[in-house]
Design a protein around this ligand. Structure first.
Ligand code: 5RP
Length: 224
C-alpha cells in the first residue's frame, strides 16, 4: 500500500468522528486534503468547517463546504488534522505545512483532536522531525542563537529562494538536533521566548485519538 493510499484510508475513517449537524475543525496538509475530499460526501449533514489555513479554506470552498471564522463560532466538537510526528501520549510535532499557528488556535477551540496519519508518523520520542517554529521575522536570528545554546540548529525555511511567509505574514525556523523529553515543559518554555509566535510541539493541545494508517487497516490509538 502506498503512503498516499494510507492517507486516503485515514482521511475516510475520520468521517466517523465528524458530528452531524455541527461545525468541524479542519487542519492542513496532504492527509487532511484526503479528509476534505471525503468530507464533501457528507457536506449536507454538517453546518460547515473552521479551517486552519488558506490552502484548506480554498479546498473546502471549492467543494462547496461553508467555512466559518473562529470568532463566529463557539466550541468546535472535533478537530481533524495530521501530524509530522505523534508519540504514544498523543503529543505531536506539527507545522511541516507552515500552518501550525492557526492549527493550534482551532485545536484550542475544539473539544477533541483526532489526528490522522500514516504509520511512519508514530514515534517513541519527539524530535527527529525538524521542529517548526513560527517567529516574528526581526527575532529570527536571536531565536536561532537561543536554540544553538541547546546544541540545536535552526534554519530559516525558504520558498523559491526567499524566506517562506506564513498565512500570518511571519517566518518559520526549522530546528534540528532536539530530543524532546518533556513535550509539555518544552512547549511552555519556548512559547515564552520573545518573538516566538508558535512552537510546533502540540502537547497542551494534544490529540485524544489517532487514526493510524497501516497496511493492515486503520489502527485507532486513544490517549485520554
Ligand atoms: C501542517 C501540518 C500537517 O498536519 C503536517 O505537516 C502533516 O502533513 P501531511 O499530512 O502532509 O504529512 O502540521 O502545518
Amino acid at each position: 500500500m502506498t503512503q498516499d493510499e494510507l492517507k486516503a484510508m485515514v482521511g475516510q475513517a475520520a468521517l466517523d468522528h465528524v458530528v452531524a449537524g455541527e461545525i468541524v475543525g479542519v487542519g492542513t496538509g496532504s492527509t487532511v486534503n484526503k479528509f476534505i475530499d471525503a468530507l464533501a460526501g457528507m457536506k449536507d449533514r454538517i453546518q460547515g468547517a473552521v479551517s486552519s489555513s488558506e490552502a484548506s479554506t480554498a479546498r473546502l470552498v471549492a467543494l462547496g463546504i461553508p467555512v466559518f471564522d473562529c470568532n463566529d463560532v463557539g466550541e468546535i466538537a472535533v478537530y481533524i488534522d495530521g501530524a509530522d510526528e505523534i508519540d504514544h501520549q498523543g503529543y505531536m510535532i506539527k507545522g511541516g505545512g507552515a500552518a501550525l499557528t492557526r492549527e493550534k488556535i482551532v485545536a484550542a477551540q475544539s473539544r477533541r483532536f483526532v489526528c490522522i496519519a500514516d504509520e511512519s508518523k508514530l514515534v517513541h520520542r519527539l524530535g527527529d522531525f525538524p521542529l517548526p517554529v513560527e517567529v516574528i521575522p526581526m527575532a529570527a536570528r536571536r531565536i536561532a542563537r537561543q536554540f544553538a545554546e541547546f546544541g540545536a540548529e535552526a534554519t530559516l525555511r525558504l520558498k523559491d529562494g526567499q524566506p517562506l511567509v506564513t498565512d500570518n505574514g511571519q517566518h518559520i525556523l526549522d530546528v534540528r538536533g532536539l530530543g524532546i523529553a518533556d513535550p509539555l515543559a518544552f512547549e511552555s518554555a519556548v512559547n515564552q521566548w520573545p518573538g516566538v509566535v508558535t512552537v510546533g510541539v502540540f502537547a497542551h493541545q494534544k490529540a485524544q485519538t489517532c487514526l493510524l494508517g497501516t497496511p493492515d487497516g486503520v489502527r485507532t490509538l486513544k490517549f485520554d
